[in-house]
Design a binder for this molecule. Structure first.
Ligand code: FAD
Length: 461
């Protein structure tokens, strides 16, 4: 048997790679991790964290406006984009250092350069042109923005990567896309004062989410002044003396200072040497893995966005942890991707877990739907025209809550806790038996008495 310098070589120091490195090292493995950009990966550097900081910033405009109804006189507020971005960058640098220190403490060797596979047991470090051999290799290279089919002027479009570092807040911005990143940035820019146009090729934004959630968020966003154009795409972008003109597929055009495309993300597999080594890809272009994150090459594994399973940070972390426990901790365990709660930090927020109404109808014989729409208490004195939406999807046979969907303030915080109940198999009767906390928005989740719809599949009658 060939002796390896390392037990594990990880390509990519993002959410999944860093967790796997630390845990494998704790289990006694000799570990190195390569990072070509910044330690911390997408989430910490140009994803969840900076995004949430910008979301916080964008919400102050509502707070200032709402304060008047509560007796406050607020001088006309002004906003400084450069100040926000500088503070955000400082916080991201702090986080990056914290990740680096954590790796050092865990005795993981950090290599600051691009690595690609050379054969089943070795990687090539491209800058230093060194070859490193390892017993196992973990691919944790994440994903990158995909701008879609080539259109004239595509070079003028920015992605979320650039949106985090724009030199100035655009007065007008067009965002193409209808997924969570597009919707979140629409809320951020609108809250900070930009005029926002969202262009989405589908009929309704947030494909894959419950239809009621999609409709409710659309009307809330429109109520906030965001212009949503559906059923169209940007077919060309032209640079003007000031700003850009985007031509849409219906022949109309929209003039803005910036054009952003949030049209999906592609697993980072290009140039990694996967074909040479025989690592197979799945249908969506991500690295194909089994439930233990093992690829088609026995000693090569992959976790996180590069596998294109559930593309969220906690999932990448959990995949990385399960991999390290399975391979180096003597405790093999498959990753669990059932009932993963998720949030959209739009304005207002979305929090969901489990099945949509449509998915439940496809899978279950009987489905009960409970839903409510109400004006949140804070909006009353504020005079704000907004509604919160909540929906429970219940298996009519077992009474188990199989889906929960919230659109409203603090939806992300609420869904995290409700997800525990759903994961534990809570029934609607369990929610009914739970005492409400009053006055809150969340109390509506345990006080929905009236069934809105009861579906019974013909065969089950
Ligand atoms: C704008 C935005 C907002 C998001 N918001 C949320 C959110 O609110 N909540 C949530 O859960 N998720 C969110 N996500 C998704 C989340 O960021 C990802 O799911 C998560 O980062 C995936 O972790 P990962 O380890 O798979 O990959 P990444 O974190 O992307 O890490 C991969 C790392 O590998 C490096 N790399 C790639 N190729 C090589 C190579 N050949 N050699 C060396 N290094 C390499 C990259 O530079 C990168 O640092 C968001 C993403 C974006 C873009």
């Amino acid at each position: 048997m060939v002796a390896h310098e390392l037990d594990l070589f990880i390509i990519g120091a993002g959410s999944g790679g860093v967790r796997a490195a630390r845990i494998a090292s704790e289990h006694g493995a000799r570990v190195a991790i390569a990072e070509e950009y910044r330690v911390g990966g997408t989430c910490a550097i140009r994803g969840c964290v900076p995004k949430k900081l910008l979301v916080y910033a964008s919400r102050f405009s509502d707070d200032f406006a709402d304060a008047a109804g509560y007796g406050w006189t607020v001088p006309t507020p002004s906003f400084d984009w450069s100040h926000l971005i500088a503070n955000k960058d400082r916080e991201i640098a702090r986080l990056e250092l914290a990740y680096t220190t954590a790796l050092e403490r865990a005795k993981v060797q950090l290599i600051a350069e691009r690595a690609v596979l050379e054969d089943a047991n070795s990687v090539r470090l491209l800058s230093s042109d060194k070859r490193v051999r390892a017993g196992r290799i973990l691919i944790a290279t994440g994903a990158a923005p995909a701008l879609g089919a080539h259109i004239p002027g595509i070079e003028h479009a920015i992605s979320s990567n650039e949106a985090f570092g724009l030199p100035a807040l655009p007065e007008r911005i067009l965002i193409q896309g209808g997924g969570y990143i597009a919707v979140e940035f629409a809320g951020i820019f609108a809250g900070l004062g930009s005029e926002v146009t969202l262009v989405y090729r589908g009929k309704t934004i947030l494909r894959g989410f419950d239809d009621d959630v999609r409709a409710h968020l659309t009307s809330e966003m429109e109520r906030r002044g965001i212009r949503i154009i559906t059923g169209h795409t940007v077919s060309a972008i032209e640079q003007m003396a000031a700003g850009y003109t985007s031509r849409l597929s219906d022949g109309t055009s929209v003039a803005t200072d910036r054009v952003m495309f949030a049209t999906g993300r592609r697993p980072n597999v290009k140039g990694l040497g996967l074909e040479t080594v025989g690592v197979r890809l799945g249908k969506s272009g991500g690295v194909a893995v089994d439930e233990y994150s093992q690829t088609s090459v026995g000693n090569i594994y992959a976790v996180g966005d590069v596998t294109d399973r559930v593309n969220l940070t906690p999932v990448a972390i959990s995949d990385g942890h399960a991999f390290a426990d399975s391979v180096f901790g003597g405790a093999p365990r498959p990753v669990d991707h059932i009932n993963v709660p998720t949030a959209v930090f739009s304005e207002p927020e979305v929090g969901v877990v489990g099945l949509t109404e449509t998915q439940a109808l496809e899978r279950l014989a009987k489905v009960d739907i409970y839903k409510t729409t109400f004006r949140p208490m804070k909006a009353t004195l504020a005079g704000r025209d907004t509604r919160t939406f909540m929906k429970l999807v219940v298996d009519g046979t077992s009474d188990r809550v199989v889906g929960a969907h919230i659109v409203g303030a603090e939806a992300a915080e609420m869904i995290q806790l409700l997800a525990v109940a759903v994961k534990m198999g809570a029934t609607k009767a369990d929610l009914d038996a739970t005492m409400a906390v009053h006055p809150t928005g969340a109390e509506e989740l345990v006080t929905m008495r009236e069934k809105a719809i009861g579906y019974v599949r013909k065969a089950a009658e």
